[in-house]
Write a protein that binds this ligand. Structure first.
Ligand code: BGC
Length: 512
């Protein structure tokens, strides 16, 4: 018997919506979240593949030769722009395609956009798994990136729109949870395929097709969101779908609110221009800063290159992949901590606690490497084990803070009239900075050596100060009361609320 949840609408009115947590909604949520699995699998797979000898020999022979050169510099083994391009081309493609995907979401709906994502992704997988030369490899990776751009735009939107209001946050974090599970599965796959010579890397890249296939077939049975149907003026279909996913015929109030919200959204002609107005400054600065800071924690330096990194500090191939599997497990479990705590202790506490934990672990890792790892020796086993432990300490704090909250906070701070445009800005900033870190990390490690960890630790101090002075607490504040209860009361940001040059006025609520 599904639970009945009576949700108070977020504009604070006393009206209640009836919504059951239906099996159908849960199945739709689980299937759509496989978009996160595709993204996470990609994040996790490339580091392991780029440390496999068979792969390097075929596509990057100079890196292979340097890797096995006896007196090679520890920190520069893998510094190769083409090798980095393999990892980072996906993010550049995702950055560009997410703008196209946002139009596709509005015009054709969330479901076709997810289907398109899985199809791009599948073609990319085939090209990658069958790659004969570097061009085929990179083109395949770009197609995967387009798939990721489409999925990351459509899936969180889809999850938000089908969820009963009370479990919307939990369903959103399901996406990030799938990202971490994807990273974990990729690490396990790499662990086994690295022993399959000479084609193990093909299996690693090919298995990315599994989550894409689930999304592709699954999206045939899942719903289109009522919001999207109503937005595209399919009112009867929208009403029928709302009844189906809410498990009740009593949906009139919610239906009317959706109709009103989509009419209001249509009245805002230029959301991107509104976003540039002074009144939108606080939310825009915070959305971009959250993404820039999320990436400057250095998380993807660890996620993409964990096996490379562990090899750099002297682990053998197997041992380094095993260490990344341990790290992946910590990442998944710690995300569950965030689900449990975020609405109890609040966003700021999680972010600040994580800053302290990340700063300490990064600094000690940097110190250990500086003291023990020269350019040509290996770390003693004891020290290397400590490095892995500290990486896990670091990853756990990221996973319950800047990981999920980097996505959550920009989605809850914008007022209706700039919300979707603002969120698109946040998504593309994330992709841009993910790309920059992926492209730069190996060269930075080559030039800065262990200092790279102090570089990231420095950023962590900065982001901690940002949270202390500029990030308001948004826990338990209804989205449409943010302006009154958060921005107009904030010591610094309230001055941006004074003028009236602002945003085109819209007085209704939305569901995104
Ligand atoms: C970030 C990714 C990161 C992942 C790690 C996500 O929130 O956006 O860049 O790789 O978390 O779990």
């Amino acid at each position: 018997m599904p639970a009945v949840v009576l949700s108070k609408p977020e504009n604070g009115s006393s009206q209640q919506f009836e919504a059951k947590i239906t099996i159908y909604v849960v199945i739709c949520g689980i299937i759509a979240a496989t978009g996160g699995l595709m993204f996470g699998y990609d994040i996790g797979i490339s580091g392991g593949v780029t440390s496999m000898d068979d792969f390097l020999l075929k596509f990057f022979p100079t890196v292979y030769v340097r890797k096995h050169h006896v007196k090679e510099n520890n920190y520069c083994k893998y510094d190769n722009q083409h090798l980095q391009l393999f990892t980072s081309s996906l993010y550049l493609a995702a950055l560009v395609s997410s703008f196209v995907a946002s139009r596709s979401c509005t015009r054709f709906g969330r479901r076709p956009t997810m289907q398109a994502a899985s199809l791009f992704f599948l073609v990319g997988v085939v090209l990658n798994a069958a790659a004969q030369d570097l061009a085929m490899l990179i083109i395949g990776r770009i197609l995967l990136g387009i798939g990721v751009g489409f999925a990351n735009q459509a899936v969180p939107l889809f999850l938000s729109e089908i969820a009963p209001v009370r479990i919307r946050g939990a369903l959103n974090i399901l996406f990030q949870l799938d990202v971490t599970i994807g990273i974990f599965i990729a690490n396990v796959v790499n662990y086994f395929t690295s022993n399959l010579h000479p084609w193990g890397w093909r299996l690693s890249l090919g298995l990315a097709g599994v989550p894409a296939l689930i999304l592709c077939l699954g999206s045939l049975i899942i719903a289109e969101t009522p919001t999207s149907l109503i937005e595209r003026e399919k009112l009867d279909e929208g009403l029928a779908m709302l009844k189906r996913i809410r498990g009740t015929d009593n949906v009139r109030a919610e239906y009317e609110e959706l109709v009103e919200a989509s009419e209001a959204a249509r009245r805002v002609k230029r959301p991107f221009r509104n976003l540039m107005k002074r009144r939108s400054r606080p939310q825009l600065v915070i959305a971009i800063a959250m993404q820039v800071f999320q990436q400057f924690t250095g998380i993807n330096a660890i996620m993409f290159y964990a096996p490379v990194l562990f090899q750099t500090i002297g682990f053998k191939n197997d041992a380094s992949l095993l260490s990344s599997i341990i790290m992946g497990t910590v990442n998944v479990l710690s995300t569950l901590v965030s689900v449990a705590l975020v609405d109890r202790v609040g966003r700021r506490v999680l972010l600040l606690e994580a800053c302290v934990q990340m700063f300490i672990s990064q600094s000690i890792i940097g110190g250990l490497l500086m003291a023990n790892l020269g350019t040509t020796n290996s770390l003693h086993k004891g020290v290397a084990v400590w490095v892995v432990v500290l990486v896990c300490v670091y990853v756990s704090s990221f996973a319950w803070s800047w990981g999920p909250l980097g996505w959550l906070i920009p989605s809850e701070t914008f007022p209706l009239e700039t919300r979707t445009a603002g969120y698109a800005f946040a998504v593309s900033s994330n992709m841009l900075f993910t790309f920059l870190i992926a492209q730069a990390f190996l060269s930075m490690m080559c030039h800065m050596k262990a200092g790279i960890f102090f570089f990231f630790a420095g950023w962590i101090v900065l982001m901690g100060l940002f949270v202390v002075f500029l990030l308001p607490e948004t826990k338990n504040v209804p989205i449409d009361e943010m302006m009154e209860r958060v921005w107009k009361k904030h010591g610094y940001w309230k001055r941006f609320m004074d003028d009236d040059d602002g945003v085109e006025a819209v007085n209704t609520t939305t569901t995104v």
